[in-house]
Design a protein around this ligand. Sequence first.
Ligand code: GLP
Length: 259
Amino acid sequence: MAEVVIVPDAATAGAIVADEIARLVHANPDAVLGLATGSTPVPVYEALPARLAGVDMSRVRGFALDEYVGLDPSHPESYRSVITREVVEPLGLDPARVHVPDGSLEGIEHAGDSYERALAEAGGVDLQILGIGTDGHIGFNEPGSSFASLTRVKTLTTQTREDNARFFDSIDDVPRHCITQGLGTILRARHLVLLAFGEGKAAAVAGALEGPVTASLPGSAIQLHPHATVVVDEAAASTLRFAEYYRYTFANKPAWQGL
Ligand code: GLP
């Protein structure tokens, strides 16, 4: 099962995950990072520059999970813009080595296959950062997504569009379609690190970790992964049945294991 780490706040989660990413990049200058968007990974991205100061980042590669379809890449809320602003620029990554699925309408029918090819050519993702939607989606894999799915176009649920409306002027501006790595793609990453904060995520976290493995709650796919870490604050952990066991396990974890 996933290792569950319950922390007091998002900043502590960001520090723990940034430490792990820094360890990875120190050990492997060719590391391939799986990048998530949304508000959840922000504390990780904020904690990273200090840990990577002076480290050669020129060979590190990055792959975003998803992108909106039909949103101009220069739009401030396109995931291309978000990744550039929050990750590429602060870490000094080579923009040519950081990939985001192509959500342009022209050629969209081939964009998923191209992205899968690029991932395969890079040798796959070493560490994949994940958030989780209130409906349990990871990436933009909405309920019902196949566990075998690869990068493809999906339709966003009304709930996800409402959740993401805060990034746009109005809900009418939130695209209806997206292109996202599939659950099958995500499960190929060598280490999954899912973060969640706040009471609004408690049901999705409990379902993903302790509920049945079901396409109805796509985050439950992490139960199938041999190396998954879930870092949550107290509010997001508030309905976990085995919370005391997770705390005990983490408190007694041998230091050599890392995350
Ligand atoms: C978004 C993204 C996901 C993200 C999730 C949660 O729509 N596509 O990658 O994990 O929804 O968002 P947030 O972190 O803002 O709560």
